[in-house]
Design a protein around this ligand. Structure first.
Ligand code: NAD
Ligand code: IPM
Ligand code: MN
Length: 359
């Protein structure tokens, strides 16, 4: 009998496999103890594999994920032994672009006052969600180098923005705001400098906004957004932005949450639909200096698994994961980066133990 949900697990590089191993324990718990019909499929991809046989992201695997999987849990990709990051781009963009996962949804929510680094601010001031365009922009790899290595060399990366791509991401942000009862959506661009590409964002944003009369649509330049987020993040609820700015703003956001070890994310084709696969990954990278030392914070991965559980149809389990992570942080049962003394696995033990008593 076919399993209801095929979940691909791709630990990747550095701390990726260590945090995904903890996320996998949570999924195993739901399979063994809560009867979720999950078929967990571990993929041996990443820098080790690439260095062994040059494999990056094989088509049969990509095809099976597209045809059969409900979700992918990705750790991180990036290894100093592959300085060009060929494997990382093939896998990460193979998933994001190949599956047309156009919305990278990155919640920026602080789960404890002590994690907020801003003077005079508490966790209630940090609670917004970034919708990062995930299939276009500067990430498409169009461009090239000319006269490389000479004094006249030229390097170009084209910034691709299509009406379809911009509009669907903006609409996903408004739909999310509407569904969650949010009052404001901000759109961050550089339309003052990028007069072609971001004039499209600006125009499209206010056109789409007309369909959501109950929601206040506000434009902010991305440089000013960075300033406001540090000065006072509390007015922000939903931020829609392009691929590159979303990447940068969500690392800043992660700092407001207590660090990259606390930030989860989902890569979705926002119109969903039955059988539509999505990819889930912590915002952080492979953190090579931490790898293999049991130092990586697995909370981002737990929150990411929570987002996956919503995608699989169990939103109450996402809320439960968030509560468990908050509880672990409150109890100091966490890694050093968030003020604790435990290792990655011991944090997993604590969270799994709490989870087993949560029903
Ligand atoms: P990084 O996110 O790996 O690390 C930035 C800082 O955050 C470091 O100080 C690191 O120690 C800390 N950190 C990150 N995750 C942590 C965790 N779970 N627990 C505790 N501390 C954590 O960013 P970087 O150093 O710029 O990148 C390293 C590699 O990862 C690069 O090759 C980069 O391209 C790649 N990367 C991959 C992804 C991805 O696959 N989704 C995301 C970001 C970066
Ligand atoms: C992220 C990462 C990636 C990105 C890198 C590794 C290409 O920083 O997922 O945030 O820029 O999207
Ligand atoms: Mn990033």
């Amino acid at each position: 009998m076919a399993s209801k949900h095929l979940i691909a697990l791709l630990g990747g590089d550095g701390i990726g496999p260590e945090v995904v191993a903890q996320g996998e324990r949570v999924l195993e718990f739901y399979r063994e103890k809560r009867g979720l019909d999950l078929d967990l499929w571990s993929l041996d991809l990443g820098a080790d594999r690439y260095l062994k046989d040059k494999t990056t992201y094989p088509k049969p695997i990509a095809d099976r994920i597209a045809a059969e999987a409900s979700a992918v849990l990705l750790g991180a990709l990036g290894d100093p032994r592959v300085p060009g990051l060929e494997h990382a781009r093939d896998i990460l963009f193979g998933l994001r672009f190949g599956l047309d996962l156009y919305a990278n949804v990155r919640p920026v929510k602080a789960l404890a006052d002590r994690l907020v680094p801003l003077k005079g601010r508490t966790a209630k001031d940090v609670d917004f969600t970034v919708f990062r365009e995930n299939t276009e922009g500067i990430y498409v790899g169009m461009g090239g180098q000319f006269k490389r290595g000479t004094p006249d060399e030229i390097a170009i990366n084209e910034d691709v923005n299509t009406r379809k791509g911009v509009e669907r991401l903006i609409r996903a942000g408004f739909e999310f705001a509407k569904a969650r009862g949010k009052k404001t959506v901000h759109m961050a661009d550089k339309s003052n400098a990028m007069k072609h590409a971001h004039e499209l964002w600006y125009r499209c944003f206010f056109e789409v906004a007309k369909e959501y009369p109950g929601i206040d649509a506000k434009h902010v330049y991305v440089d000013a957004l960075c300033f406001y987020l540090v000065q006072d993040p509390s007015p922000f609820e939903v931020v829609v932005t392009c691929n590159l700015f979303g990447d940068i703003v969500t690392d800043l956001g992660a700092a407001l949450q207590g660090g990259l070890g606390m930030a989860g994310s989902a890569n979705v084709h926002a119109s969903g639909g039955p059988g539509r696969v999505a990819m889930f990954e912590p915002v952080h990278g492979s953190a090579p200096p931490l790898a293999g030392k049991d130092l990586a914070n697995p909370m981002a991965c737990f929150l990411t698994v929570g987002m996956m559980l919503t995608h699989l149809g169990y939103p109450e389990e996402e809320a439960r994961m968030e509560k468990l992570v908050s509880h672990a942080i409150a109890e100091g049962k966490c890694t050093q980066d968030v003020g604790g003394q435990l290792g990655t696995r011991a944090v997993g033990d604590f969270v799994l133990n709490e989870l087993s008593h949560a029903f």
